[in-house]
Design a protein around this ligand. Structure first.
Ligand SMILES: Nc1ncnc2c1ncn2[C@@H]1O[C@H](COP(=O)(O)OP(=O)(O)OP(=O)(O)O)[C@@H](O)[C@H]1O
Length: 304
């Protein structure tokens, strides 16, 4: 059975002007799971709850199958790496080497060879204080020390923020290498579609504090499609996963479905001609997903 690295059950956190949750979530071991959502949708709050820097008002969280209501013990924390959205001010006056040395005492699986390799490949000014570095340089230090701690679970909150395209590409390569080496798990939040495309095994879509779903990226790309079929709007009701339907011309329907394979089978069985199919871009799918679920949420709130 697949092992869950992290689980949230009915987790809620009241924020200034909104409630994050209820969140129900299971992150399986060995995958890259990407959190996607608009600004303020609750991604950093979720990460912070997983680090216990924010404590939920309701619900349960487990790490590697255990819950720790009175604090995650050090031996478990040592298995979790974290790159926060905001820099750690306590490290402002430390150089990159000093930060690395400090972390190396804490993390039992610390890999100094990997750290030096990363510092070199990211071109990090290792003896400069962090508060004298550019935003991107500091980000590279944070990613390097998180990877060198060889955590079982790596939480990355917008890790690529501030990185130039060359450093970004190197980060993607390093994360892929980290995943290839073992049973590690990454939970990453990002706004960059190319990052999702390159890294994600699963996508969690967060919208206004709620999780709209967790879906395998390949399954999204395989199933959410635009199709043109011979017919008229009277047949739409019987077709699977339709999120939009337009009569493009006489006798030609343009549809967007979330169930393309099922739709293709049904059309074939019914002898209806499928004229053309277009795969959707990931950003198109994510916007359509939000639109569809917003409509469903609004309907249920109106009691329809
Ligand atoms: N310390 C805090 N106290 C009260 N409310 C907060 C705090 N931090 C964030 N919030 C609020 O919680 C909501 C979720 O914020 P959060 O930072 O989790 O979103 P996010 O999805 O990570 O956004 P972004 O993509 O902009 O980083 C926002 O409405 C925000 O204003």
């Amino acid at each position: 059975m697949e092992q869950m690295v992290v689980q949230m059950v009915a987790v809620k956190k009241k924020r200034r002007n909104k409630i994050i949750g209820p969140l129900n979530l299971s992150i399986p071991q060995g995958y890259v799971v990407v959190l996607v959502g608009e600004n303020g949708s609750g991604k950093s709050t979720m990460m912070n709850m997983l680090m216990q820097t924010v404590i939920p008002d309701e619900g349960d969280i487990t790490w590697f199958g255990q819950s720790y209501p009175s604090g995650i013990p050090p031996e478990i924390k040592q298995q979790i790496g974290y790159v926060s959205e905001k820099s750690n001010l306590e490290e402002d006056l430390m150089t990159a080497q000093e930060v690395a040395k400090f972390r190396s005492y804490w993390y039992t699986d610390w890999d100094d060879m990997l750290l030096q390799k990363l510092f070199k490949s990211f071109n990090i000014p290792a003896n400069t204080k962090l508060n004298k570095m550019s935003k991107g340089e500091r980000r590279k230090v944070e990613i390097s020390v998180a990877l060198a701690s060889r955590p079982k679970l790596l939480l990355l909150d917008e890790p690529s923020s501030g990185l130039d395209p060359f450093a970004w590409k190197r980060m993607i390569d390093e994360l892929q290498e980290y995943m290839a080496q073992g049973e590690s798990t990454i939970l990453l939040s990002t706004h960059i579609v190319d990052e999702i495309r390159r890294l994600a095994d699963f996508i969690i879509l967060v919208h206004q504090g709620r999780i709209l779903g967790m879906v395998e990226k390949d399954s999204l790309l395989d199933n959410w499609k635009e199709v043109w079929v011979k017919g008229d709007s009277s047949m739409v009701e019987d077709l699977p996963g339709i999120v939009s339907a337009q009569q493009e011309s006489i006798g030609v329907l343009r549809l967007i479905t979330t169930e393309c394979k099922q739709l293709e089978n049904l059309l074939q069985q019914s002898g209806i001609q499928l004229m053309k199919t277009r795969g959707l871009e990931l950003d198109e799918i994510l916007s359509l997903w939000i639109q569809r679920d917003e409509a469903v949420i609004a309907q249920s709130e109106r009691g329809e």
